[in-house]
Design a protein around this ligand. Structure first.
Ligand SMILES: Cc1ncc(COP(=O)(O)O)c(C=O)c1O
Length: 407
């Protein structure tokens, strides 16, 4: 086989479909959020241009918070750059332990467990639970993130998909199963591409009725919802009824890493049997120190959450008033429908080249074909002038490309 030719052909196919991913080369400078420098032509300093970033998951700008940077720098100087091993073999640092305590307390759980990313947290926790609970069947929301799907697949447990955000469908499927069987229900709180929010209370009612373990991914909600940033489950007073809360340290908390929070026994079980937890080097202590500073700050600063929600609501209203096709979203995520892969890429290119605005196109397979979109994520740092520029730029691009306006 000509391996290289195969690789090239597959990439050409992606390009022809408009789904080839082009990374924007960015430098996000401390203190200048949400502005950044974009280098469209590496090595050519004349091509460097300033842009306003409108698609970051650094939802609160915490990656640049002075306390977070200071904690990271200080810990790196004091404790070194790397953890030095897996958690079991010399790689547990006191910063990891403190961060796990903080996260357990944030979610009102006995314990928490850190992973190198939110992806690895889902992969490991779901794989371990579903594989090691005897004869377990997993019920998975049809829109679950790739990391959850990967964990469920890896477990090789039986799986059934329930209709997105549909507790009645979940109830029907669970009702047909042996009541004695181990059941694990996996779903998200905020779905990151549509911005819709799960009916958590109703899903948990169904889980309790059928004796199923509940597992919620709050990756796009931790830091952002609830009085202390414990996520939508905290906001809705439901955290104590959910068995596993999974989150990330990379988005609302602005650093990197993932975790689960749950009962002592469940966390110890994943700690003791989870392969992608056991067999990998732990997070650098400086990362744990930065995340700890971030979680503490975000917990104590509800104003940041209020401002975040206000900015998102303002952007949605302004875009709708301008006749742009904002997709319905109950959360801080503002998806604007383009509906075609190539046009979505072109719209993104024009925003960057003509208006200094960076919004990455979201195409298949991240979203279904025909629903390609620009996914806009306002932060507390986007001021009114930035919003004015965004609205004007999108209007100009929509006109230029003849894109569909709001229905
Ligand atoms: C719903 C969901 N879960 C998990 C992850 C993975 O989290 P992380 O970026 O921390 O690996 C993502 C990433 O974007 C996500 O959208």
């Amino acid at each position: 086989m000509d391996y290289q030719e195969h690789f090239r052909n597959e990439l050409d196919r992606l390009r022809a479909a408009g789904d080839y991913r082009v990374f924007a080369d960015l430098e996000r400078h401390t203190g200048d959020y949400p502005h950044a420098l974009n280098r469209p032509d590496p090595g050519n300093e004349d091509a460097v241009r300033p842009v306003t970033v409108w698609c970051s998951n650094d939802y609160l700008g915490m990656s640049q918070h002075p306390d977070v940077i200071a904690a990271m720098a200080e810990a790196a100087r004091e404790l070194g750059a790397g953890a030095g091993g897996t958690r079991n073999i010399s790689g547990t640092n006191h910063r990891h332990v403190m961060l796990e305590r903080e996260l357990a307390s944030l979610h009102g759980k006995d314990s928490s467990l850190l992973f190198t990313s939110g992806y690895v947290a889902n992969l490991t926790a779901l794989a371990t639970l579903a594989e090691r609970l005897p004869n377990c069947i997993v019920l998975s929301d049809s829109e679950n993130h790739n990391s959850m799907i990967a964990g469920i697949r890896y477990s090789r447990a039986d799986k059934k998909i329930f209709r997105h955000n549909d507790p009645a469908d979940l109830d029907r499927i669970l009702g047909d199963l042996d009541p004695e069987r181990a059941k694990l229900v996996a779903f998200e709180s905020v779905y990151s591409m549509d911005g819709d929010i799960a009916p958590i209370g109703e899903i948990v009612d169904v889980c309790e009725r059928h004796g199923a373990l509940s597992y919620i991914d709050e990756v796009h909600a931790v830091g952002l919802y609830g009085e202390q940033g414990g996520g939508v489950a905290e906001r809705d007073g439901l955290a104590h009824r959910i068995d596993v809360i999974q989150g990330t340290l990379a988005k609302g908390f602005g650093v990197v890493g993932g975790y689960i929070a749950a009962s002592d026994a469940l966390v110890d079980f994943v700690r003791s049997f989870g392969q992608a937890f056991i067999f990998t080097t732990s997070l650098p202590p400086a990362v744990a120190a930065a995340a700890l500073a971030s979680v503490r700050h975000v917990r104590a600063t509800n104003d940041l959450r209020l401002r975040h929600q206000e900015r998102a609501a303002t952007v949605k209203r302004r875009l709708r008033d301008a006749g742009l096709p904002v997709m319905p979203s109950e959360s801080h995520i503002v998806p604007v429908l383009v509906g075609d892969a190539k046009l979505c890429r072109e719209a993104s290119d024009l925003l960057m080249e003509d208006h200094g605005i960076y919004v990455q196109p979201i195409n298949y397979p991240t979203v279904a074909r025909g629903t390609e979109r620009l996914r806009i994520t306002p932060t507390p740092h986007h001021d009114d002038a930035a919003i004015d520029n965004l609205v004007a730029a999108l209007q100009a691009v929509w006109k230029n490309l003849g894109l569909k306006a709001a229905a």
